[in-house]
Design a protein around this ligand. Sequence first.
Ligand SMILES: [Ca+2]
Length: 207
Amino acid sequence: MRPLSLLLAGSLSAWTLLCVASPAAATGNLLTNGDFETGLLAPWAGVGGLGALSTIIVQTPDNGPSAPGTHHAFLDNRAEANGLTMAQTTGLGTAVPGPVFYSFDLKVGTAANGGVFFVEIFAQNAGGAVIGNAGLLGNYSPANWTTFTGSFVAPANTDHLTIQFEAPTGAVTGSISSMKVDNVLLYQGTLTGTKGTSWNRLKNLYR
Ligand SMILES: [Ca+2]
């Protein structure tokens, strides 16, 4: 009979090999503060087009339908030919190759004179280079809160993800793109630890 310590060592080695051979997809929402219920924008950030006439703030009391709450993000772009963009990048090592599921709630504020709204999701390698994407999602202009869902396949060497919300305006006076954003969800594998009945229903759709 082998000593217990050897058995444990053998099991540990097998487990280590298994982990190396097949990295497990993370569970739960890969994003932080996807529902904006902290009342603050961080770790979301404006990554383009911020200015006196183009702002991103967290507002209350309106809330998207996918999860309970009282806050949402509001992108308000009233500058001509301007690419106001809000983004969040997940941490290093948070994603793996394979299906990536997304969900977000949108409600238009104003879309006028060439103002439009798009969402992009990027798969990045460990060095941060973009190696895959979900395509250009939109133009979105829902008059009432609407939940948009879908998926794409992250390619080999995917290490983490970025999702960005884009409210570009046209090159004409009076072009406006404003949008309320809430309940942003990115996940792989099994969705756990996410509050909200709608998100749980969404999870069941992908089982
Ligand atoms: Ca919210």
